[in-house]
Design a protein around this ligand. Structure first.
Ligand SMILES: [Zn+2]
Length: 433
């Protein structure tokens, strides 16, 4: 028996979008910082220099950043989120308050990246730290499973294939399987990482992950963009895509951060046709999954030089049922009996949605997140008339700006050349005295 009747006139109703890869605790802090930041000597990636010079300075910054990101996500119609963050105080409470369905993925690693220059990626190994992080992560994952909201769950998340030992990765996989939870790891996310794994093992990261047994239907590969056949890699093997598909692994595709470095997956359509389960993620800011759908479609066609390589429905599938499958949850991502009431109502009266001959195309290619009007998670309304009901984005934005200043001020003490934030990332237009 329905408790509430909503008039569906002038509305497109979609299943709530599922974002299977994000880092809300720090990415909003990089607004204005990392959009054009990358190193030519590291195949354009800015990941390693940025993570050394800039990161969330404290839990207060993390709280502001996460609250801001959760609002952005809700406003783009995301109802389920994989939140990959270091465990921080207040995380579970804030996430619970957001009203979103959460897969908390506390990250940990055996090694830290380190740069002494702008071309050589180095690793500081400390397996004790990795093991401690793993224990903390499992405790948190077990705690969220008991959360009274019933909306929270966990993902076992060793951070990167190149920063974790084989033992830590295997034990993580086992811990995920014992709990019936997904397992996720960043893999094939930079040319440097692929070269490092070949140097260590004579294998690409995907081939090594296969060899140590961490691929499978419960595994979500973060990015998996630089496969052996990718034009920036051109390794002699051509097996990576097949290994991902044959093991039933899922890929979390996040086009924005790579596109900003000038990098593109080659290509989304080939992954689909190989039989890979594709999901989407936002990874960096903005946390706008509709924009990721649009970018994924356009970039796939550029990479393939083929307009038919993907369709808009392929992208909607990735943002809904693909994500649900990756999370081992067939009760999400669909509007049907016995599925969760996670729903997005899109406003067809918005000028950018009109004419609404094909409302999905109007939404993805024209209006984007602007047209998201109401959002429901588990039958509870969390966005009404384009406003988040559960959190305060304006107040979070104030705290975020202050936290960003703290982060930027710390840069000279962290950067390998002792540079200021202004020197590492100059403003797009110079200030005039
Ligand atoms: Zn990531």
């Amino acid at each position: 028996m329905a408790e509430r009747v909503i008039d569906g006139k002038d509305r497109l109703i979609l299943p709530g979008l599922i974002d299977i890869h994000s880092h809300p605790e720090h990415e909003p802090l990089y607004r204005g910082v990392r959009e054009e930041h990358g190193l030519r000597n590291m195949h354009m990636t800015g990941l390693y220099e940025r993570s050394q010079a800039f990161s969330a300075p404290d839990d207060e910054a993390r709280a502001a950043s996460a609250e801001f990101a959760y609002c952005e996500l809700l406003l783009s119609g995301v109802t389920t989120l994989v939140d990959i963050s270091p465990a921080w105080d207040g995380w579970i409470d804030l996430f619970s308050r957001s009203g979103m369905r959460g897969f908390l993925a506390p990250g940990y690693a055996s090694a830290r990246w380190r740069l002494a220059n702008d071309f050589d990626l180095q690793f500081d190994w400390d397996e004790r730290r990795g093991r401690d992080g793993f224990a903390t992560a499992l405790a948190l994952v077990d705690r969220v499973a008991r959360h009274p909201s019933g909306r929270l769950s966990g993902v076992v998340s060793p951070m990167q294939v190149d920063t974790c030992t084989a033992d830590l990765l295997r034990d993580s996989r086992d811990a995920a399987r014992e709990r019936g939870l997904p397992f996720t790891v960043h893999i094939a996310q930079s040319v440097n990482e692929v070269q490092e794994m070949i140097r260590r093992h004579g294998k690409t990261p995907i081939q090594w992950a296969y060899e140590i047994g961490i691929l499978g239907p419960d595994t979500i590969l973060g990015h998996a963009l630089f496969l052996d056949a990718h034009s920036w890699i051109r390794w002699w093997t051509k097996s990576d895509l097949k290994l991902i598909a044959e093991t039933g692994s899922s890929v979390a595709h996040c086009p924005t951060p790579f596109a900003r470095y000038g990098q593109v997956m080659e290509n989304f359509g080939d992954y689909l046709r190989a039989g890979v389960n594709m999901g989407l993620g936002t990874d960096t800011a903005p946390h706008n999954l509709v924009e990721e759908m649009r970018k994924a479609a356009v970039l796939a066609r550029i990479a393939a030089r083929d307009i038919e390589t993907v369709t808009t429905s392929d992208l909607l599938n990735a943002a809904t049922v693909g994500g649900a499958k990756a999370l081992l949850r067939d009760d999400l991502g669909r509007i049907a009996a016995n599925k969760k009431a996670d729903l997005v109502l899109v406003d067809l009266t918005l000028p950018q949605m009109r004419p609404a001959r094909d409302p999905l195309r109007s939404f993805v290619y024209h209006a984007g997140d602007r047209a998201v009007r109401d959002v429901f998670v588990d039958g509870r309304q969390v966005v009404a008339k384009g406003l988040v009901l559960t959190l305060d984005q304006t107040a979070a934005a104030e705290r975020l700006a202050v936290a960003q200043r703290r982060m930027l001020e710390a840069a000279p003490r962290r950067d390998y050349r002792g540079r200021s934030a202004e020197q590492i990332v100059p403003l797009s237009l110079p200030l005039v005295d």
